[in-house]
Design a protein around this ligand. Structure first.
Ligand SMILES: Nc1ncnc2c1ncn2[C@@H]1O[C@H](COP(=O)(O)OP(=O)(O)OP(=O)(O)O)[C@@H](O)[C@H]1O
Ligand SMILES: [Mg+2]
Length: 256
């Protein structure tokens, strides 16, 4: 099962990614959670202890590794470097594990111009493709925004892209844009997940106004989410309603 989670900023992608990762792990599955946000926070959402997180470095920040694998200096453009560096050992070498979930941080790449390719973006792109080819049982990609990391070739390997949306027109408009981009690269297995849903009316609004995406399900709005953040505990542990909602989503995903 390979899941990519996308949506407008702040809609709850990381919250959903962490909930699903823990739900799958507790169901006995082998889970690799990938944080593709340039400012990573999935580890915190999953409740990885700070001491463990301190040992985790985003792939894009590993200058020596990038140099070794691509043959070029990170941050340089226009030089020669391999577009197909070796990456197969990276997920095991650089992930950390807690409560049955392995976590990998991709890190951010400074954009130096339009359509630029630099050594670190070549490494990340190759790694993304590799992750989708790997036989991990469950892969969960917290995409931080759109689908720019997923190339045409890799679209075939994503079992489901979950586009998260709040019950607002703005959030749904972004969901629609992401869906169009995803379809452009050949990704057709797209679902909407409503988050921060306060009542039946908001659920009905999302159903009615979904931009052509079937609705997989909803996560309720809960003050417990911010509370969990302040306490430094996973939402999965702190808010039973959200844990249960994530389990329902997982069961629906299994039946797709
Ligand atoms: N079901 C919910 N009920 C209440 N608040 C929520 C819920 N889900 C998420 N939030 C809150 O919304 C904010 C954004 O959540 P989260 O970080 O998961 O979103 P995101 O889409 O990953 O954001 P970003 O685009 O910054 O990566 C957080 O403050 C979180 O506590
Ligand atoms: Mg996030």
């Amino acid at each position: 099962m390979k899941l990519a989670i996308a949506g407008k900023g702040g809609v709850g992608k990381t919250t959903l990614a962490a909930l699903l990762a823990q739900a799958y792990a507790d169901a006995g599955r082998d889970v690799l959670a990938v944080d593709a946000d340039p400012s990573p926070c999935l580890g915190q959402a999953l409740g990885f202890p700070a001491a463990l997180r301190a040992g985790l470095q985003p792939i894009a920040a590993m200058a020596d590794l990038i140099r070794e694998r691509t043959g070029a200096e990170p941050g340089t453009y226009g030089g020669f470097f391999t577009l197909n560096p070796r990456v197969d050992d990276l997920p095991d070498r650089f992930s950390i594990r807690h409560r049955g979930v392995r976590l990998l941080e991709m890190g951010g790449v400074e954009k130096g111009g339009s359509g630029c390719i630099c050594p670190e973006s070549a490494l990340l792109k190759t790694l993304f493709t590799h992750l989708l080819f790997r036989q991990d049982e469950v892969l969960i990609l917290d995409m931080y925004a759109g689908v720019e990391h997923l190339g045409r070739a890799t679209a075939d390997f994503v079992d489901a892209m979950l586009v998260v949306s709040e019950p607002t027109r703005r959030s749904l408009a972004t969901a629609g844009q992401i869906a169009r981009l995803a379809r452009d690269i050949g990704l057709t297995r797209l679902w909407l997940v409503g988050n921060k849903v306060r009542d039946e009316g908001e659920a009905a609004f999302l159903q009615a106004e979904s931009p052509g995406l079937p609705v997989l399900g909803f996560l309720p709005a809960s003050e417990g989410v911010q509370e969990a953040d302040r306490l430094g505990v996973p939402v999965y542990d702190h808010v039973p309603a959200l844990r249960q909602a994530a389990q329902v989503l997982m069961e629906r995903l299994e039946r797709l």
